[in-house]
Ligand binder design. Structure first.
Ligand SMILES: Nc1ncnc2c1ncn2[C@@H]1O[C@H](COP(=O)(O)OP(=O)(O)OP(=O)(O)O)[C@@H](O)[C@H]1O
Ligand SMILES: [Mg+2]
Length: 248
C-alpha cells in the first residue's frame, strides 16, 4: 500500500502547538492554561472526565471559539482567530459530531463527497478511494447500500472514511467510542492505527481509557487543566492513576 505521507516516519515535524490557552463561554473560563502539541504521524489522545473541557478544546481548535489568551499554531500558521473554513483548508479537520452522514445517499456517494473540498486530480481521488476501501474493508462490500441502512458502527466507519478522503493533515475526533459496543470501538481503533501507520495524524478526545491502547501520547485533563503528559505506554502501566483522574 502507498503511504499517504511522503515523509519518512523518523523525520517527524511539529504539526499543532497549543500554548497556555485559556478559553470559555461568556464569563465562564473552561480551559485554563492548556498546552499540548501533536507531531506529524502521531495519535495523541486527550483523556478526561465528563465536563472537563474536551469538546471546548476541539471547538477552540476548529475555530468555533476564539482563545482568550495563549496561542495556537498549525503547520507553521498562527491560528488564533482564523475562520473555521480557512483551518480546514490548511488540513485541520474534525470528524463531524453526529457523524454527518447523508442517510439517503449510498456509501460510495458519501465517500466521494469527502473529496469535494479535497485536492488532486480525478485519478488521485480514485487512488484515495481504493486506499480507503483497502483499510475500510467493511465498506468495500457495501458501496451501493444506502448509508441509512448501516449500523451505528458502520456509519461511524463511513464518517471516518469520508474524512480520510479529504486528506486531512490532522483529524480531530470527539468521543469516537460514544454509544458504540466495545467490539465496534476496537474495530474503529484498529482502522485508526492502520491510518496512522500510513502517515495520518490524529487528535482524539475521550472519556474512556481504552483509547490509551492506540495512542502514542496522552494528555490527561481535569477541570480544564492539563494534569499529566505522558507516553501512552507509561500511562498504561499506571491504570490506577488514570482511573483516579477519570473519576472527575
Ligand atoms: N455552549 C456552552 N455555553 C456555556 N457553557 C458551556 C457550553 N458548552 C459547554 N459548556 C460548559 O463548559 C464546560 C466544559 O464542557 P465540555 O463540553 O467542553 O466538556 P467535555 O469534556 O467535552 O465533557 P463531555 O465528557 O460531557 O463531552 C462544562 O462546564 C460545560 O457546562
Ligand atoms: Mg464533550
Amino acid at each position: 500500500m502507498t503511504n499517504w505521507s511522503s515523509r519518512p516516519t523518523w523525520e517527524r515535524t511539529l504539526l499543532l502547538t497549543v500554548e497556555q490557552v485559556t478559553a470559555g463561554y461568556g464569563r465562564l473560563e473552561v480551559l485554563h492554561d492548556v498546552s499540548l502539541h501533536v507531531e506529524e504521524g502521531e495519535i495523541v489522545t486527550v483523556l478526561g472526565p465528563n465536563g472537563t473541557g474536551k469538546t471546548t478544546l476541539l471547538r477552540m481548535l476548529s475555530g468555533a471559539l476564539n482563545p482568550w489568551s495563549g496561542s495556537v499554531s498549525f503547520a507553521g500558521s498562527k491560528l488564533n482567530k482564523l475562520l473555521p473554513e480557512r483551518r480546514s483548508a490548511l488540513g485541520l479537520c474534525q470528524l463531524p459530531e453526529g457523524r454527518g452522514i447523508f442517510q439517503t445517499l449510498t456509501v460510495g456517494e458519501n465517500l466521494n463527497l469527502g473529496t469535494v473540498n479535497g485536492r488532486g486530480s480525478a485519478a488521485d481521488r480514485r487512488g484515495d478511494l481504493e486506499r480507503v476501501l483497502a483499510i475500510f474493508s467493511e465498506l468495500a462490500g457495501r458501496l451501493t447500500a444506502q448509508a441509512g441502512s448501516l449500523s451505528g458502527g458502520q456509519q461511524q466507519m463511513l464518517a471516518l472514511g469520508r474524512a480520510v478522503m479529504s486528506r486531512p493533515k490532522l483529524l480531530m475526533i470527539d468521543e469516537l467510542s460514544f454509544g458504540l459496543a466495545p467490539r465496534v470501538v476496537s474495530d474503529l481503533f484498529k482502522v485508526i492505527t492502520e491510518l496512522r501507520d500510513n502517515g495520518m495524524t490524529f487528535l482524539i478526545v475521550e472519556q474512556q481509557a481504552a483509547a490509551l491502547r492506540i495512542s502514542d501520547r496522552t494528555y490527561v485533563m481535569r477541570n480544564g487543566r492539563n494534569q499529566l503528559d505522558r507516553t501512552s505506554a507509561d500511562l498504561l502501566k499506571s491504570e490506577d492513576l488514570v482511573s483516579s483522574y477519570l473519576r472527575g
